[in-house]
Design a protein around this ligand. Structure first.
Ligand code: PSU
Ligand code: MN
Length: 305
């Protein structure tokens, strides 16, 4: 029996013809941004991928099927569904969500699984999940990290958010054998900020190098993907010194209100949005578009070889 995938005609045609395809996640739409900016972002990121010469494949679960590429009506429906009515689907939830015919938005981990099932090798997002601050007590470590260790998809992000424990996140990826590659600079970027103050373990300056490294992993029989950390564009960044106190306030509030598990990231993102008068969202959208462009270039390089 094969996986219950439903391809949009656009994605099916691109894959059949060997044209570059870029996977996109849906948790960022339902749990990462408010409506209507989330819908606008989801549409713009698809347009950006097309303009960069690749085909976008937004991934989500609906009606017992894994959708690889959404129609505009499906995108709109997902973007409008309140957070508490759509499942946030990670590796642990994927089979249950599909089997029960529920609506689910896929995280980085689940999107990687679905992309791989669909034969898509490159995926653009904003930020990955990671090791949460206080993980030594809560044990809250995103399944995204383990997924990168086992599923062969190259994920383009803008680093991890400072809501996480960044050093522990990068250390964990190293332990899991995941190449963390800064794009075009020596430092790891930190989502809203170009610099984190942490040196990147690896650096690359072109999409061709990134595609070549992915191919070499395959030849060497190494499982898992690669994480590309692409710095936010200069004009959209919020300096680390400016965003850090905001993040710390949001973290204190989450603690006071006993927010835990899957609710942590959505709560923090919403509070940081409010505390920055929406600037964090503008930055978030800019970096997603920037990642979509790079992912499209990488996807094209992968098809070339
Ligand atoms: N980080 C962000 N924005 C997001 C997410 C993470 O900056 O929207 C989402 C992604 O879908 C990611 C998920 O895969 O949250 C991680 O959730 P958790 O920490 O519960 O694994
Ligand atoms: Mn978690």
């Amino acid at each position: 029996m094969t996986a219950p995938l439903k391809f949009s005609p656009e994605v099916r045609a691109a894959l059949d013809a060997g044209r570059p395809v870029v996977a996109l996640e849906s948790t960022i739409i339902t749990h990462g941004m408010p409506y209507p900016q989330n819908l606008d972002m989801a549409r713009t990121v698809e347009t950006t991928v097309r303009e960069a010469g690749a085909t976008p494949a937004t991934i989500a679960v609906m009606d017992g099927l894994i959708l690889i590429g959404l129609t505009d009506a499906e995108l709109e429906q997902l973007a409008q569904t309140p957070q508490d009515q759509v499942m946030k689907v990670s590796r642990a939830d994927l089979a249950v969500c599909v089997a029960q015919g529920r609506t689910g938005a896929t995280t980085v981990a689940a999107t990687m699984i679905c992309a791989h099932l669909a034969g898509i090798r490159v995926f653009a997002t904003g930020g990955i999940g990671g090791v949460h601050r206080g993980a030594e007590i809560s044990f809250d470590i995103s399944a995204d990290l383990q997924e990168l260790a086992q599923t062969p998809v190259t994920v383009v992000c803008a680093g991890a958010k400072a809501i996480l424990d960044l050093p522990k996140t990068w250390e964990t990826l190293e332990t899991l054998g995941v190449p963390v590659i800064a794009y075009g600079q020596d430092d790891l970027p930190a989502f809203w900020s170009r610099q984190s103050g942490l040196p990147a373990p690896l650096r690359m300056d072109s999409a061709a190098e990134i595609a070549a490294a992915a191919r070499m992993r395959e030849r060497l029989g190494l499982p898992g993907g690669q994480l590309i950390a692409n710095p936010i564009p200069h004009d959209a960044e919020i300096a680390l010194a400016e965003i850090t106190p905001v993040v710390e306030q949001a973290l204190r509030e989450a603690d006071e209100q006993n927010i835990t598990a899957k609710a942590v990231t959505p709560f923090l993102l919403q509070r940081i949005f409010e505390l920055t008068d929406g600037r964090s969202l503008d930055s978030n959208i800019a970096l997603v578009l920037n990642n979509a462009r790079l992912a499209a270039e990488i996807a094209a390089e992968m098809e070339r070889a």
